[in-house]
Ligand binder design. Structure first.
Ligand SMILES: [Zn+2]
Length: 210
């Protein structure tokens, strides 16, 4: 059933290559964002389930029609603190019935790709998605949180994130015992949401300790 299909089990269907020159702007913005997230220590190096080291987290940005549509997303196992045009994949569409991702690029899109796709589809005014590992926010019980633990989001997980954002009128949710997903109008909007939620979570924890 596609609702529970692991994102790595989707078949990748290659779309004709895109003109990298058109992607310079979005890639440049994601590269700067990656450096900021790295300096905030929310995309640390982690050892994954098969023993590979990689930087945690990922980022996605919607492309305009002039840029070919769809969205760009970091590829799996790239260093998100040092992004280049070769570190990203263009996701043109995901066919949930067939279990196919139509992409351009040589990498697989990061493991939260389905969440990015569902968010961009549900919120037309949101153009950037980031996924980070912020341990402080994870401990804040006031932040809407997914029901189950997932390290590779399925369609069901993606729809749950959208539902939580709609129900609670928020743009940041916790993936249970894992990290966060943030949607924003632009890079700055995502960062502000992250910093604001981190600060309030820290205060919340300090109050709980008194
Ligand atoms: Zn993660």
């Amino acid at each position: 059933m596609t609702g529970d299909l692991d994102p790595f089990s989707y078949k990748l269907v290659k779309h004709p290559e895109v003109d990298l020159a058109l992607l310079q702007g979005p890639v440049g913005q994601l590269a700067k964002l990656g450096q900021v997230l790295w300096s905030m220590n929310v995309i640390p190096w982690i050892k994954d389930e098969v023993g590979h080291f990689r930087t945690a987290g990922n980022m996605a940005m919607r492309l305009s029609a002039a840029q070919g549509g769809g969205f760009i997303m970091t590829g799996t196992e790239v260093d998100k603190a040092n992004l280049s045009a070769h570190s990203v994949v263009v996701v043109h569409a995901i066919d949930y019935k067939k279990g196919e991702m139509i992409i351009a690029g040589s990498l697989r899109p990061s493991r939260e790709v389905i969440i990015a796709d569902r968010l961009f589809s549900a919120f037309p005014d949101m153009h950037v998605m980031i996924h980070v590992h912020d341990g402080t926010i994870l401990l804040n019980a006031d932040v809407p949180t997914t029901q189950k633990v997932s390290w590779a989001a399925t369609l069901r997980d993606g729809n749950e994130v959208v539902d939580l954002m709609k129900q609670h009128a928020v743009r940041l949710v916790n993936l249970r015992d894992h990290g966060q997903v943030i949607a924003g109008k632009d890079v700055q909007d995502c960062l502000q949401t992250l910093i604001r939620t981190h600060t309030t979570s820290l205060q919340h924890l300090q109050v709980c300790q008194v």
